[in-house]
Design a protein. Sequence first.
Length: 72
Amino acid sequence: MTRRTLGSSNIEVSAIGLGCMGMSQSYGPGDDQESIKTLHRALDLGVNFLDTAAIYGNGANERLLGRVIPNR
């Protein structure tokens, strides 16, 4: 996976990010099991730029990521 520097920081992120809004809202009810599979696949492919916002499902995305990332 190609990496890029995030702005003027020293943080390297994947050139491709995963937008997580649909994991908890906007396109119908969230499916945690499907979202977890998607997150694992993205991480397997080298994606480390995960786009979330606290407004997505009242923090549901952050809780979901909190279940996946520590096990990686």
